[in-house]
Design a protein around this ligand. Structure first.
Ligand SMILES: Nc1ncnc2c1ncn2[C@@H]1O[C@H](COP(=O)(O)OP(=O)(O)O)[C@@H](O)[C@H]1O
Ligand SMILES: [Mg+2]
Length: 256
């Protein structure tokens, strides 16, 4: 074996050793392909990660893991799967975004752009004070961010747990939609009870598809986000809000 391949193998093994493998083999192989293992190796080498623990979620396009940094801090890592990435479903969200003026052609470049879009959108949200997981680093298809939860146990998503104070939670979320719109120039575009975690306060997640206001469908996405949030809260005994009126109020900046 050539020394180069030998070195590559050693790196892959080093990365593999830091992954606690409790899942079935197929899932593992589809997430931790060679390129992804090398990214993890680099993150381990740069002391950003120490151990990759259990899988929190296996979604359509990405898996989320609980990982630990060398100083013991929990982090979440979202790994976009190169093998099952759905090109068609995502290119429409990249269109019209000047930050991604050229839509990458190769599969792996597109995923890199997608993960980096989520990282930048998280940064934007943080910079205007909207509660999202703080982004730590993005490398290729791997995004490292603040862990929402405690002791390796993720906080529940809103679909699974009821907010203690529904009216306040709803208003925080509507205000967040408004702040993202006016101060960060962003529309989440996939907001619902599935993408809000209930921690000390509601935390909005999963912002890879969020679009800038110039996106041709940003207004439709805004209304859909508001509708999803309001329908969730319709099941609680609190004053009802109308989707169109609320969307208009947000657009006019009346919730600011
Ligand atoms: N920062 C985080 N901390 C803890 N758990 C997280 C974090 N981000 C995501 N999760 C968990 O992973 C799940 C999937 O994450 P999400 O970003 O919504 O990906 P998907 O694109 O698969 O919907 C969430 O429902 C949540 O349970
Ligand atoms: Mg999600």
């Amino acid at each position: 074996m050539s020394p180069k391949i030998d070195r590559l193998d050693q790196r892959l093994d080093k990365a593999r050793m830091r992954i606690k493998r409790s899942e079935d083999r197929q899932v593992i192989e589809s997430v931790f392909d060679t390129k992804t293992l090398l990214v993890l190796y680099n993150l381990i080498n740069h002391r950003i990660l120490n151990i990759i623990n259990g899988c929190i979620s296996t979604g359509k396009e990405a898996n989320v893991y609980w990982a630990v940094q060398p100083d013991g801090t929990d982090v979440a890592i979202k790994i976009y799967r190169i093998s099952t990435f759905n090109f068609k479903s995502i290119t429409m969200y990249l269109e019209g975004d000047p930050r991604f003026s050229r839509i990458p052609r190769s599969r792996s470049a597109l995923i890199t752009a997608w993960a980096s879009k989520e990282y930048k959108n998280l940064q934007r949200a943080v910079s205007v004070g909207v509660r999202v997981p703080k982004p730590i680093i993005v490398k290729r298809n791997v995004l490292v961010m603040e862990f929402i939860g405690e002791g390796g146990l993720p906080a529940p998503i809103m679909q699974k747990a009821k907010p203690e104070n529904p009216e306040e939670t709803r208003d925080i979320l509507l205000k967040a939609i408004s702040t993202l719109y006016h101060k960060a120039n962003l529309v989440h575009a996939d907001l619902s009870e599935y993408n809000v975690m209930l921690w000390n306060e509601p935390v909005i997640i999963d912002v890879s598809q969020a679009v800038l206001l110039d996106h041709p469908y940003s207004n439709q996405f805004l209304e859909r986000d508001v509708r999803n949030i309001l329908s969730y809260f319709r099941h609680f005994n609190i004053p009802k809000l109308d989707t169109q009126q609320t969307t208009e109020m947000i657009r006019r900046g009346e919730l600011e």
